[in-house]
Design a protein around this ligand. Sequence first.
Ligand SMILES: Cc1cc2nc3c(=O)[nH]c(=O)nc-3n(C[C@H](O)[C@H](O)[C@H](O)COP(=O)(O)OP(=O)(O)OC[C@H]3O[C@@H](n4cnc5c(N)ncnc54)[C@H](O)[C@@H]3O)c2cc1C
Length: 394
Amino acid sequence: MTDQSSYDVVIVGGGIMGSATAWWLCELGFTGRVVVIERDTSFARAASTLSASSIRQQFSDTLNIRISQFAADFIRDFPARMGDARVPPVTFNSFGYLYLSDSAAMSDQLLSAHNVQVAAGAGTRLLTPSEIAADYPFYDLTGIELGSLNTVDEGYWDGGTVFEWFRRLARARGVDYVQAEVAAILRDGARVSGVRLADGTVINAGVVVNSAGTRAATLAATAGVTIPVEPRKRFVWVVRLETPLSRALPLTIDPTGVYVRSDGANYLAGCAPDPDPTVDPDDFAPDPAIWQDHVWPALATRIPAFERLRIVTEWVGQYDYNTLDQNAIVGAHPDISNLLFLNGFSGHGLQQAPAMGRGMAELILHGGYRSLDLTPLGFARLTDGTARREHAII
Ligand SMILES: Cc1cc2nc3c(=O)[nH]c(=O)nc-3n(C[C@H](O)[C@H](O)[C@H](O)COP(=O)(O)OP(=O)(O)OC[C@H]3O[C@@H](n4cnc5c(N)ncnc54)[C@H](O)[C@@H]3O)c2cc1C
């Protein structure tokens, strides 16, 4: 039995962020002891499990584009990257994302994001309604002014397999996974000394990483730190059409905010509720009225083939939503150098895990980023007023 009372790194939350960090620490040669503490090792309600698992480069923030470009590279070479013969290739269907605009304001936003994306090397194209209709004849484009499409390294990827192998290989390489709830981060002035579990056990730590997803703000508060991250419900349906579409459906973001994409032989749709309040982190209750009154009508209006469908499955997940600027909060607290944050992914975190895990491991190993500089997503902006808004939030 190994000593479980003291670790060099304590990672709170074993979702894809915590597990990516653990795997990258091993991969980059960290020789200290690492533990991942996870309250529910079934991960049944973790965002990493309930995700729509899509990947895109159509962001308004250059850094988010770079982060997803790294993810695309990483998953293309996944078995080689993971360095284990058992690791399978990751399915990656680049059918793209198509943002649709029906107003001048929305078109302006697509145009300015397009400029950022092209400068970052993304394959985004702006399309008129007739250009969209030529390639995708199944849309009803009434009222649509402009579309923004990228079919290079955008679409669906199997994030579940990536999550699984980060976790399995971190364990295989010596990281401990402990099923327990962290009740508090123990702070001693400008340092944290460890964590206290719900059963009272204290685990000492050289570094504590907060990767607690929707519970990140509650956990941070135990160390006297406020972060603007709250749980927000997101609804997902998988449907089968009576008559399938003539080609793969890009992840289409309708001006109503409803999105839909191909999902194998089915189609996956989702949306945010309106209004969109903070909720209890255990609230996963469905709301059939959202489908009936909002999502289905929007889908059938945009793609008439969606008039005739059946629901195959549906679920509710939660975003760890950053109310300041809908961007990740990554890195050390400015005044507590051994307390690290990996929070606030606001619905685009699954694809960010490869870059985020690497960045956290670099911070822990070297005290700074060595590959992609994630400093602009650091904690400092929460206090110095430099919000870094991501406009392309789905
Ligand atoms: C419906 C939905 C659709 C999405 N679609 C996409 C998408 O298409 N593309 C994309 O890139 N991203 C998407 N996301 C976002 C993405 O899934 C998340 O950003 C990502 O999974 C966050 O990973 P995480 O490890 O931070 O959080 P989680 O996976 O939620 O893991 C956090 C873990 O911390 C544990 N924990 C919390 N508090 C404690 C504690 N005190 N002690 C011990 N353990 C604790 C929890 O049990 C949980 O397992 C979607 C999310 C949802 C909900």
